[in-house]
Design a binder for this molecule. Structure first.
Ligand code: SAM
Length: 264
């Protein structure tokens, strides 16, 4: 995979804006990952001015509030309806910022900590975003994030490969690629860890509905342009790998955890 991941920012914003209404009803995996983040205690190291990038409906922002230990908490998202949902959820003071993770609207060396939960996989060019995070963080500032890894939705990719040669599912970085990116960008005390989750779904259709419900349908601009027909969809569902001994299907989600320290 090249360093540049092709994403259409407008489609990302639109997909998440539409998903904001029902997001919490579908975000089972996000909650499991969030609880894993809390167990790892990584966010207890966040201090000072903390920015939550891609805060969504504010579930993890709220956990950050509960843990405390910071001076100021800021929640940033590209989709206004997500920020509105977060505002409804959170009762303690938070600064809400509608902005793009790839162009942070903050002065250099103005933040102590950056956190992001399952949002940075939507960046068009993650290396540039990481450079910008380093710029916005004070020397020694903390970065903690989770993102999807390359094994994510491998069954769905395999099923579509049997139907056509178009890209229906986004590409994601491997843990090794992310580690290299951070080290090449002079981050310090870099720790990268990954875990595979394989939730069960009643059917491929249920999986597709959940992906749409959390705004995570394929949004790469390089994806198939023509409308996917019912016949294509049926062929993909037939080709989806399944265990003959049980009903339903599994879908893989590789979750990558990263912690690093900024060095100017
Ligand atoms: C899957 S949700 C995760 C929400 C939350 N962090 C959680 O763990 O529940 C991803 C969020 O990232 C936001 N997002 C995607 N691309 C973004 C970007 N370039 N800049 C800021 N936010 C972005 C989406 O609008 C969405 O709210």
């Amino acid at each position: 995979m090249s360093n540049v991941i092709d994403r259409d920012k407008y489609k990302v914003r639109q997909a998440f804006a539409q998903a904001s209404v029902g997001y919490d009803d579908f975000a089972h995996l996000q909650r499991t990952v969030a609880n894993g983040v809390l167990k790892k205690n990584a966010i207890t190291s966040l201090h000072g001015n903390v920015l939550d990038i891609g805060c969504g409906t504010g579930f993890l922002t709220q956990q950050l509030q509960n843990i405390g230990g910071y001076q100021q908490l800021m929640a940033l998202d590209i989709a206004v309806p997500m920020l509105q949902k977060a505002r409804q959820r959170l009762n303690k003071p938070v600064s809400y910022v509608c902005g793009d993770a790839e162009h942070l609207p903050f002065q250099s060396a103005s933040l102590d900590s950056i956190f992001s939960g399952l949002a940075l996989q939507w960046c068009q060019h993650l290396p540039t975003a990481l450079q910008d995070f380093r710029r916005a963080l004070k020397p020694g500032g903390r970065l903690v994030f989770t993102t999807f890894g390359a094994e994510t939705l491998r069954e769905l990719k395999q099923a579509w490969r049997g139907v056509d040669q178009c890209r229906h599912v986004n590409d994601f970085y491997t843990p090794q690629q992310l580690q290299r990116l951070l080290l090449n960008d002079h981050w310090r005390t870099v720790a990268v860890d990954s875990q595979l989750f394989r939730p069960h779904y009643a059917s491929v259709m249920t999986l597709m509905r959940e992906l749409k419900g959390i705004g995570a349908q394929s949004v790469s601009s390089g994806r198939k342009q023509a409308l996917t027909t019912k016949t294509d969809m049926q062929a993909m569902m037939n080709a989806y790998p399944r265990d003959a001994s049980m009903d339903g299907v599994f879908a893989s989600f590789e979750i990558i955890w990263v912690t690093a320290e900024a060095h100017q």
